[in-house]
Write a protein that binds this ligand. Sequence first.
Ligand SMILES: N[C@@H](CCC(=O)N[C@@H](CS)C(=O)NCC(=O)O)C(=O)O
Length: 209
Amino acid sequence: MKLFDAGWAPSPRRVRIYLAEKGISVETEVVDLRGGAHYQPPYCDLNPRRQLPSLLLDDGTLIDDSVAICRYFEALHPDPPLFGHDAREIGLVEAWIRRIESDCYAAIVYAFRNRSPAFVDQGVPGFPGTPQIAELIDRGNRMWPVFVDALDVHLAANAWLAGEHFSFADIAAMVAIDFAVATRMPTPLDRPSISRWHEAAAARPSARA
Ligand SMILES: N[C@@H](CCC(=O)N[C@@H](CS)C(=O)NCC(=O)O)C(=O)O
């Protein structure tokens, strides 16, 4: 089994934090995203989606998505649960993961990828030749505060996203917020509840993975 990783990018970081929380070590190969190694063989032959992370299993199966990779390991190593302790929590973790993808991560990617000179003709991850669309910067900028407001209200009443227990939803949200700050979205860390939650998540040793 081999994990294909990339140093600075948010999706691979989710997997590294998850594995650190679980105490799982996996053989890893770092693919140079900045240098475009994911567009070149051998990686693009292995993963025609040309995205990172991906996990190659011993039987040749490739799992090409960060959440799916963590789900795979969760099935093999259920304790401690990071996708929910019971049916109710499993539902809540799933709802937050999906919301982070569609309302938070997408907002950051719209705003950043369509404005950064580093992503000219790379408007969609893994698909070189896709033009940037300036209108999507505005779309991302409008989506962002809506998510931040909802997250702050939720965290005023909950220790973690799914309630009592730290979960993969907290990993995905922390990674997205760190990515947002790094790409100069308006910081949500001045909101008291988000700040309290982020400090607690970032203090876990896994956050440095
Ligand atoms: N849904 C995928 C998204 C993966 C993704 O977009 N990865 C980015 C790095 S965070 C990537 O590979 N980008 C390639 C590119 O920008 O060309 C996942 O979570 O694994």
